[in-house]
Unconditional design. Structure first.
Length: 190
């Protein structure tokens, strides 16, 4: 049998480590804070050292909310089973939470279309817009089916990652991860 060091044991992961069904919230204060944030419909800011389970908490909360029945939801829409995640960078600004626009690719496509004489789609920016966590959460409250059936919203289905949404209207958990990496004004803009 090989010699295992404590460092090796800490890094062993099993399939259950990645499954929110097996996450346990042992801190009653944390559980109360989560329940209060849900009840008040307000965001919850969790801080802590790396590896303490902040990200797993978002997955656990999303999983638990997605498995609630209608009576437990008390009139709220059902929830998506995994959180929408925004990974903050040092260059992030508040609008990045909603979408990112690939202006370079759009400009390149527009130039090629103009050269080829294809002016019909020159102004179509939808395919160059990618929804991020809050953008997905907002559109998910409508659901993919309702958006595609509504003439006023129909063009939204051309967004780059529109297919990531679920068919039915659902509420969601949004995780803004590593917010401490963002510029100083980022949290204030939220």
């Amino acid at each position: 049998m090989p010699d295992l060091k404590l460092f090796d044991l800490k890094n062993i992961q099993t399939a259950s480590d990645l499954d929110p069904r097996y996450y346990v919230i042992e801190d009653t204060g944390l559980a109360k804070a989560v329940n209060m944030a849900i009840w008040l419909q307000k965001p919850l800011l969790i801080t802590g050292a790396p590896g303490t389970g902040k990200t797993q908490l978002a997955f656990k909360v999303a999983h638990e909310l997605a498995n609630m029945d209608e009576q437990e939801l008390n009139g709220f829409a059902p929830f998506v089973s995994t959180p929408f995640i925004f990974n903050t960078k040092t260059t992030s600004n508040a609008s990045d939470l909603f979408y990112t626009y690939d202006a370079i690719s759009h400009f390149q496509k527009k130039s090629v279309d103009q050269v080829n004489g294809n002016t019909a789609k020159i102004n179509q920016a939808h395919t160059f817009i990618q929804l991020n966590a809050l953008g997905k959460a907002i559109l998910q409250t409508y659901g993919k089916t309702r958006i595609t059936d509504d003439d006023k919203l129909k063009e939204l289905q051309m967004l780059k990652n529109f297919s990531d949404l679920e068919d039915d209207a659902k509420s969601s958990v949004v995780l803004i991860d590593e917010i401490d990496k963002a510029p100083r004004d980022f949290p204030n803009d939220l």
